[in-house]
Design a protein around this ligand. Structure first.
Ligand SMILES: [Zn+2]
Length: 324
């Protein structure tokens, strides 16, 4: 206990010495968040998926934790931008950012299903269509679309018969626009944004409740998600007759590991079919999406029909002029 207090104080003094708004200071803040150290401190377990078997994965995670540049990263992303750890976590090309968001929603749904019967994740739960109620909405950023959806719906989550709607957001705290703000206020910013979009519609039209589930890519959680997670852990512990402290730690670790896995996919995943072939030596030879058309046309000769189709799609994306 004394040692943990000492370590905490030392960490605090190190953070205090770092410049406000610096990447390192933010990285230290992130590393000290609840749940952000699970990946390194939890006992490895294959049963729970609490394990990273590849040495590169572990090194990448450590590097990301302390805002170090990644080793052997391609110079340029497939989108044309200069590649970096930061870019890999926010580049929407390849769909990894969407995948990250969906995985968190699914993980939440799976765990809610352990105690609640009526849980919906896919297809995403639709909100009731509006019939003029939008005229009285307070915020003009409120979602007024007919096809509006939330990420997860759980009936009776907050102990009543109401539908509880959850909407996820996973953000990268080291993005330059966030570095001048405190981590707390970045969580608040995202949560407020989500609430303005959904809360009024859901409470007034759907007679439900709305919880913004804001997470950082390092596994930290916003205050609303933290409360929801504790509530779910209490319900699971009661149903299974287990210790609350154990259930809540496992649940937190599950989200941390899922976030870490998604961060690795964003970092190392291939954003286009030919991104990792190593022929991106000189940027000038390539067009916007990083495909050298001549390379594709030549290699297409020896490929199967499926591969040929895939290549044609790539070529079509790379160039508005069709190539035969
Ligand atoms: Zn990119």
């Amino acid at each position: 206990m004394r040692r943990s207090v000492e370590v905490g104080e030392r960490a605090q003094s190190i953070v205090g010495e770092l410049a406000v708004g610096s990447k390192m200071r933010r990285a230290m803040e992130m590393a000290r968040e609840k749940g952000a150290s699970c990946v390194f401190s939890v006992r490895p377990s294959e049963e729970f998926g609490f394990v990273f078997k590849s040495k590169r994965d572990f090194r990448d995670l450590l590097g990301m934790r302390y805002a170090r540049p990644a080793v052997r990263l391609q110079d340029h992303c497939a989108c044309g931008a200069v590649n970096s750890v930061g870019h890999s976590q926010v580049c929407s090309l390849g769909g990894f950012i969407n995948q990250r968001h969906n995985e968190m929603a699914e993980l939440w749904g799976i765990n809610c299903k352990k105690v609640h019967r009526d849980v919906q994740v896919r297809p995403e739960p639709m909100l009731l269509p509006l019939e003029g109620e939008q005229d009285d909405f307070k915020y003009n950023t409120a979602n007024t679309e007919d096809e509006a959806r939330s990420d997860v719906r759980v009936r009776g989550f907050w102990g009543n018969r109401q539908d509880a709607f959850f909407d996820f957001r996973v953000f990268y705290p080291l993005a330059p626009s966030y570095c001048s703000k405190s981590l707390k206020s970045v969580y608040r910013l995202h949560s407020r944004e989500k609430k303005r979009v959904y809360e009024e519609r859901i409470t007034r039209v759907d007679n439900g409740s709305f919880t913004p589930m804001v997470m950082s890519t390092a596994g930290g959680m916003g205050p609303e998600m933290d409360i929801a997670l504790k509530g779910l852990a209490a319900a699971i512990a009661e149903k299974e007759g287990s210790e609350y402290s154990e259930v809540v730690s496992v649940l937190r670790a599950r989200f941390s590991f899922a976030a870490a896995r998604c961060a690795l996919v964003c970092l190392r995943g291939s954003r286009t079919l030919f991104n990792n072939r190593g022929f991106r030596g000189h940027v000038g030879e390539f067009d916007a999406v990083g495909v050298r058309r001549q390379d594709l046309a030549v290699s297409a000769i020896t490929l199967s029909e499926f591969e040929r189709k895939a290549i044609n799609t790539e070529i079509a994306r790379a160039s508005p002029i069709p190539i035969n």
